[in-house]
Design a protein around this ligand. Sequence first.
Ligand SMILES: NC(=O)c1ccc[n+]([C@@H]2O[C@H](COP(=O)([O-])OP(=O)(O)OC[C@H]3O[C@@H](n4cnc5c(N)ncnc54)[C@H](O)[C@@H]3O)[C@@H](O)[C@H]2O)c1
Ligand SMILES: [Zn+2]
Length: 374
Amino acid sequence: MTSVEQTQAELSQTELSGSESALDGLPVSGPAVVAHAAGDLRIEEVPLKAPAADEAVVEIAYGGICGSDLHYWMHGAAGESILKDPMVLGHEIVGTVVRAAADGSGPAAGIPVAVHPATPGPGAARYPEDRPNLSPGCTYLGSAARHPHTDGAFSRYATLPARMLRELPAGLPLRTAALVEPASVAWHAVARAGEVAGKTAMVIGSGPIGALVVAVLKRAGAAKITAVDMHDKPLQIARAVGADEVLKGDDAEAIAAVEADVVIESSGSHFGLASAIKGAVRGGKVVMVGLLPSGPQPVLISLAITRELELLGSFRFNDEIDDVIAALADGSLQADAVVTHEYPLDHALEAFDVAKNSAQSGKVLLNFTPAGQA
Ligand SMILES: NC(=O)c1ccc[n+]([C@@H]2O[C@H](COP(=O)([O-])OP(=O)(O)OC[C@H]3O[C@@H](n4cnc5c(N)ncnc54)[C@H](O)[C@@H]3O)[C@@H](O)[C@H]2O)c1
Ligand SMILES: [Zn+2]
């Protein structure tokens, strides 16, 4: 059974069991962006799941297209997560609560919210208690890592656990808040490097994640930020959010001469990781947030050993999301320039096409409101 069919079955079951009032006044279905298989992305009507007592219904305003959404569309898989059934994409989402959770948890109807897409898993392997992002079996909205898949929320309405919802402060526009999820990834990556105030920093790969890393480094008081990319457009965006200097990814000599205290690898390629290792100062730190393909990867490991570099992994985020919301709201984190395009839901396929071209676009947003105007 597909996850969409399953939702439908659950919905009919709920209706049969007489609790249709759970959706009273709300549409029973709405348009959503569904990945069916490699190259097969559809905008189709999906049933709205009747909320459990601890779930709220959110009217989605914006959704940011992420690399993993692009991978499911282009390859039918993101890393090890292989699409087995149709799945609603989308985990970078913001909207307004239209039905609060019946058990009283979470925000009330009418409250604008960002969404923390993770659900820590029940797996038995050990992990540090204060780092639930590392919990085995963790699920994420719009992820095929488990089966049945976890549907995302690129849909006009979404039924979501109230614990995922984070109230947005008054005055923080939903469009700015659409960056909360990727900015939390960036915030976590910078935090992995420890104190960065007064230090020199270099960011390899200035796509949406790298550009947000630049913005977070700027806010954290890095003394000098160098951004690196293969293309001009991402470097322009990096400058707009705080890079002091930009370099082309093939300028090996200039990259090695940076000798940055902290390097954040956000290209997701082993070439980028090589630049990161070469450009770090002796004794420096390299944070790896770019997701390299699974399996063995070439790494300049002997250079990392003899220079005593600290190589640090960075995966998703935890409660940093609250700091990001506060920093976007008080204006100390300036990231709007990362968004380059916005499309209404019925142009989602065009939006995905633009989003896959790093030379042309930064973060591409989908607008889910009926008139395309959130
Ligand atoms: N660790 C996590 O939790 C996490 C979360 C989200 C995304 N990611 C990963 O972060 C990476 C960046 O995400 P994104 O959305 O910005 O992707 P993106 O593809 O839009 O950006 C990558 C950028 O790196 C540039 N690049 C490629 N090779 C390079 C090189 N050798 N040197 C310099 N620049 C190079 C590209 O031109 C592009 O602009 C991806 O690998 C993504 O999977 C990781
Ligand atoms: Zn994402």
